[in-house]
Design a protein around this ligand. Structure first.
Ligand code: FAD
Ligand code: UDP
Length: 370
């Protein structure tokens, strides 16, 4: 059997960047994935001539010029700017929270009026340092927006009460006192024309790839092929859940092709922020690339409970899970010739640009040591 310098477990973005960097530095790599395709959650496929983001909307955004130049060396990006709408019981609001939202919610037309409205809705608990997502949200945007656009969505998304969730989750979203519906504050943003899969394929071009293969089905065999392992799966699974199972939230995606309907919702992303609609958002994929096709493809995203054996999409980074992760991290640091990286192995709510940044940094370290 052929020998490799590196075995990479997981052909997602982290694994692919590492494989690319190692192989262009003369290392011989094999990359395996339990799914039947490369790309992990950034995987896109062509359905009825439309690029479909199979695992939910993926918009590339970053402030890191180096990372932006790096991804642009693999694909051309378009000028897409994410501006989702929120549908609350049939009424539409702009996101993220900005002057358009404040006008739609309260009829206020100036930043001063908007700030006064928010101030008047802060409770005593939210005046001090917010202790949870609910307090943080009310302190940022007031009670009305919290109840209409945040509480229902958040509790569906995470399967927990907003008071049980960490405050940082809602700070992902900008709050602006300008009429600006751009969901991100980052300097660079776009969608790779033709999707993410071609980028990943380019990154993995020089590596041997084995799909439909779970590393744990024969860990000993896979380890025997290479000197060093890069592991990008769930960290708790690697250690056979010896300290317990980390909390994750999972998703179910329901995709439909709508024949002879060229424009279903007029926007790539519409969030459903009430508690009763079982899905959190509907993606209409063609709008990521300004498509003019006769048909359209939509995906409804349903949050579901995680159990071992199904895909974990979101780490739940509350104090309890973070403590548990730290114990696994200590074990990970004791492993010889095994390195852990990416959203699942580092148990972090990473965006794509952060994954690339970490993968580049870590690869430089491997290369200087090996
Ligand atoms: P993954 O993509 O999860 O890849 C890990 C791979 O390892 C998977 O392919 C898995 O099958 C494989 N694997 C795991 N265990 C094993 C095993 N035992 N054996 C073999 N293979 C294994 N980021 C943004 O920047 N912008 C966005 O708009 C955005 N939207 C998102 C929307 C959703 C719904 C989700 C869930 C994430 C979103 N992200 C977004 C985050 C983005 O998906 C991640 O940052 C990125 O995909 C993480 O890459 P990764 O390689 O670490 O993990
Ligand atoms: N959120 C919300 N209402 C929305 C959109 C987001 O309450 O319409 C909250 C929710 O708690 C979500 C968090 O903001 O988990 C972060 O949103 P983001 O869009 O960054 O989530 P992701 O795209 O990672 O699922």
């Amino acid at each position: 059997m052929k020998r490799y310098d590196y075995l990479i477990v997981g052909c997602g973005l982290f694994g692919a960047v590492v494989a690319y960097e190692l192989s262009r530095n003369g290392k011989v790599c094999i990359a395996i994935d339990k799914r039947n395709h490369v790309g992990g959650n950034v995987y896109t496929e062509c359905v009825n001539d439309i690029i479909v983001h199979k695992y939910g909307a993926h918009i590339f955004h970053t402030n890191n010029e180096h990372v932006w130049d790096y991804v642009n060396s693999f694909a051309e990006f378009n000028r897409y700017t994410n501006s989702p709408l929120a549908n609350y019981k049939g009424k539409l609001y702009n996101l993220p929270f900005n002057m358009n939202t404040f006008y739609q919610m309260w009829g206020v037309t100036t930043p001063k009026e908007a700030r006064m409205k928010i101030e008047s809705q802060k409770t005593e608990a939210t005046m001090n340092t917010p202790q949870n997502l609910e307090e943080q949200a009310i302190s940022l945007v007031g009670k009305d927006i919290y109840k209409t656009l945040i509480k229902g969505y958040t509790e569906k998304q995470w399967g927990k009460k907003a008071v049980e969730l960490p405050a940082f989750i809602i700070r992902r979203l900008p709050v602006r006192f300008t009429f600006d519906n751009n969901y991100f504050d980052d300097r660079y943003q776009g969608i790779p024309i033709g999707g993410y899969t071609p980028i990943i394929e380019k990154m993995l071009q020089k590596s041997d790839i084995v799909l439909d293969t779970d590393y744990f089905s024969d860990k000993k065999f896979w380890n025997s092929l290479a000197d060093t392992v890069i592991y990008t799966g769930e960290i708790d699974r690697y250690f056979d859940y010896c300290y317990g199972v980390l909390g994750y939230r999972s998703l179910h995606f329901k995709t439909s092709i709508l024949k002879n309907q060229s424009n279903f919702q007029g926007n790539a992303v519409v969030n459903y922020t009430d508690a009763d609609t079982p899905y959190t958002r509907i993606i209409e994929h063609k709008h990521f690339e300004f498509g003019q096709q006769a048909d359209t493809v939509i995906t409804k995203e349903y949050p579901i409970a995680f159990q071992t054996g199904i895909d974990p999409y979101y780490p739940i980074n509350d104090d309890k899970n973070n403590m548990l992760y730290k114990r696994y991290l200590q074990l990970a640091q004791q492993q010889e010739n095994v390195y852990f990286g990416g959203r699942l192995a580092e148990y972090k709510y990473y965006n794509m640009d952060q994954v690339i940044e970490c993968a580049l940094k870590i690869t430089q370290n491997y290369l200087s040591f090996n």
